[in-house]
Design a protein around this ligand. Sequence first.
Ligand SMILES: *Cc1c(COP(=O)(O)O)cnc(C)c1O
Length: 369
Amino acid sequence: MTPSELVPFVDLQAQHRSLRADIDRAISRVISESSFILGPEVEAFEREFATYLGADNAVGLSSGTDAIHLALKAMGIGPGDEVIVPAFTFIATASGVSMSGATPVFADIDRTTFLLSPADTARRVTSRTRAIVPVHLYGQALDLAPFQELARRHDLRLIEDACQAHGARVGDRKVGTLGDVGCFSFYPSKNLGALGDGGLAVAADPGVAGRIRQLSHHGQATKNVHSVLGYTNRLDGLQAAILRAKLPHLDAWNAGRRAAAARYTQELEKLDVVVPRSAMDADHVFHVYAIRCARRDQLLERFAKLGIQAAVHYPTPVHRQPAYAHLAGSESLPESERAAAEVVSLPMFAEITAAQQARVVDAIRAHLD
Ligand SMILES: *Cc1c(COP(=O)(O)O)cnc(C)c1O
């Protein structure tokens, strides 16, 4: 098979080809400044990303998982506390909670949107519950209103996992700015990706942002004074400079993803598959375009034979992961389990061509015949 026949799942080369000169300049700047950890590039990126979101307090971090961990820790949540997370998400939503010492409690999702179910979340609130981590899964904004109501009633904190949803909006607000803390990842394949690991937290309360910053930097209060025990969870200068070169393109890339999603939906609606449907008028940024399809694993085999790189997000719900066997026991979360068995993520990136998408649609049509 020649490379031109492959339909990649994500094509980072396409993005980097057009930005190569800007990225090279950003890297040279950091080398000339020798500002490898924290420093001016990190400060500038924090400001620019906060402005992009319409947020006040942004803290660059080493990953999205660390953002979730430190957000909880900064709000005093830890051992003995329960934090509700969706069972159908990337495991890091839950492992970030576990890193804080708190116990993740798994809740089920809504069948139509794949997003955390407010009703199932409410059922799982106990006297130990301190926070909820709703996930804007696949880049689709989750309506936080019912969770805000639940949080008010039970005095809970809301930590948004926006690691797949850079730029997604609810009305005129960007996700990540709706709860107490919003957590972002810049893993290379995210809608805004670094050339390595990176993350960021935005906090509504500057005090919380300050504690996240302190925890990420050895617990340092002022030079040589460490008032709490902290970690090594900073964003590095090279990644910040690279992210600054990329951020101005994020909206155009998200628009490219939305256009590609519209092309998929237009063709797939005619077939017997379930296409993404959003529960409200929210701006989806299509980190993942996932359909439900009968005989999913056979479809994956067909894709593989044709050189179409599809994926599954996620084949195992988090409560069924071996690492969480001690917590979930035999509990059933039927919508999460059903989604894990039925979803397929189609190739999706801003530069995908209509011809590449037509090959994906043809393969699905042949599978259903
Ligand atoms: C990527 C991702 C994370 C973790 O981000 P890292 O930067 O890899 O630690 C957390 N939650 C979700 C939903 C993600 O997709």
